[in-house]
Design a protein around this ligand. Structure first.
Ligand code: HEM
Length: 422
């Protein structure tokens, strides 16, 4: 539909539900930034998630504003850089865990291993190591279940929440698991938050005493966004590398040259421009946050179309990132499109995997640093010699995940090099 609309705003007729589809960069800029206050996070997409995120940074209006003000300082470029060495160490420790399956020749369960590496690092550094390893391991599948079980609500947007749909049981089960972990955490720290700069302390200092529900909502929102997104994005990488040997070879060459046999350090990252391009291109083709609609507050005219009050505006980087009017051979994986010369003149909203305007992702720097540390850490030690499936395709969900279960086989780099593996 996005391609057929060719950049125009169109209304999609789904019977009682008729959202507008907006794909053109200048229109997106207007809605997400220029007149952002007129487009709120309400409606079909947000309603089912409200039960999870409540009045947190993933909501809108005053509770969102208060949450953003409290949380943003944790994620500034400066603060993230100051945590870089600790992140590098935690990620290297996580990658050590791959030695056992690689040594015994077993395939690696990619989503589970990416989640394990990301989650242990994130919990240690951003949640002040206040969540146990066992609880961290229970959270990943619970967030995953939430993300997939809301699909029925998206497919049947006109149904009121009181009418049960198939994913409800899984959704509520996952919600219980999450609350079983998060609510006692709030109780433990709300009245003695300490002076740490981790998310639990920062939130408890701001609202632990008078508003524990707000603390709970924000902890859940931050756990969901900080873990599920990064692991999901990194899962897409491996099938793409397997089916693009030229890209894999160039990436490996860069990492071998810069990192060699050392443990990856934050100082290495500035010398890995091709790794950065590969990550950008993965997020172009498979932006984890593939859909984040808005509701129109007051009627207005955009691009010659009257957007009516109360209607939903669908915004999807997945669609815009694949428009032929903006991208040459849009479905092809080509990291060189992010080379400095080819990036020149590109509209800010032609590529927006992290959104834009007041709700722009606060985890952008964290994600980028984590992704580079993980890719360089794995590829400096191992070679990918097999991948199943060879090509992964997306499945509908709150975040963009592969439909297939992705597994890879890795070999130690030295051994694979002798055998001439890819
Ligand atoms: C591949 C990784 C990621 C992608 C593609 C991504 C994408 C996005 C997008 C598109 C939005 C805007 C949503 C909207 O406008 O309604 C967003 C918001 C947000 N992201 Fe991310 N994100 C990623 C990683 C992270 C990480 C690692 C964190 C936390 C450490 C994070 C925390 C957040 C938060 C808290 C918001 C809400 C901000 C607000 O509304 O003020 N994200 N993200």
């Amino acid at each position: 539909m996005g391609r057929r609309a060719d950049g125009e705003i169109v209304q999609i007729n789904l019977g009682p539900f008729r959202p507008y589809l907006v794909t053109r960069p200048d229109h997106l800029q207007h809605i997400l930034r220029g007149n952002a206050a007129n487009y709120t996070r309400e409606g079909v997409f947000w309603r089912p998630l409200h039960r999870l995120f409540g009045h947190s940074i993933m909501s809108d209006g005053p509770p969102w504003e208060r949450s953003r003000k409290v949380l943003q300082p944790v994620f500034t470029a400066k603060n993230v850089e100051s945590l870089a060495q600790r992140m590098a160490d935690a990620i290297a420790d996580g990658i050590d865990g791959l030695a056992e399956p690689v040594g015994s020749g077993r395939p690696i369960d990619v989503p589970a291993e990416m989640a394990r590496i990301v989650n242990t690092a994130v919990v240690k550094i951003f949640f002040g190591d206040k969540i146990s390893m066992a609880d961290t391991e229970r959270l990943a599948p619970a967030f995953n279940a939430v993300g997939t079980s809301v699909v029925f609500r998206y497919l049947l947007p006109f149904l009121p929440g009181s009418v049960p749909v198939p994913g409800d049981r899984a959704f509520h089960g996952a919600l219980r698991t999450i609350d079983d972990i998060v609510v006692p955490l709030v109780e433990r720290y709300r009245d003695r938050p300490g002076d740490g700069d981790d998310i639990v302390s920062v939130l408890c200092r701001a609202g632990g005493h008078d508003d524990p529900v707000w603390v709970r909502d924000n902890l859940v929102a931050m756990l969901a966004t900080a873990t599920e997104t990064t692991a999901g994005a990194l899962t897409w990488l491996w099938p793409l590398l397997h089916s693009h040997r030229d890209v894999a070879a160039r990436l490996r060459e860069e990492i071998d040259r810069v990192v060699g046999g050392e443990r990856v350090r934050p100082e290495h990252l500035a010398s890995l421009p091709y790794t950065k391009q590969v990550v950008q291109e993965v997020l172009r083709l498979f932006p984890v946050g593939w859909l984040f609609p808005r509701m129109v507050v007051a009627e207005e005219n955009v691009g010659g179309v009257r957007l009516r009050r109360g209607r939903t505006v669908l915004i999807s980087p997945y669609i815009t990132h694949r428009l032929p009017a903006l991208w040459d051979r849009p479905d092809e994986f080509d990291p060189d499109r992010f080379s400095p010369s080819r990036s020149q003149g590109r509209h800010r909203y032609a590529y927006f995997p992290f959104g834009g305007g007041p709700h722009q992702c606060i985890g952008m720097y964290v994600f980028t640093m984590e992704a580079h540390l993980i890719i360089a850490g794995i590829l400096s030690r191992y070679r990918q010699v097999a991948c199943s499936p060879e090509v992964a395709t997306p499945r509908m969900g709150a975040s963009l995940r592969p439909r297939q279960h992705v597994e890879i086989v890795l070999r130690p780099a030295r051994e694979a090099g002798r055998e001439g593996a890819a």
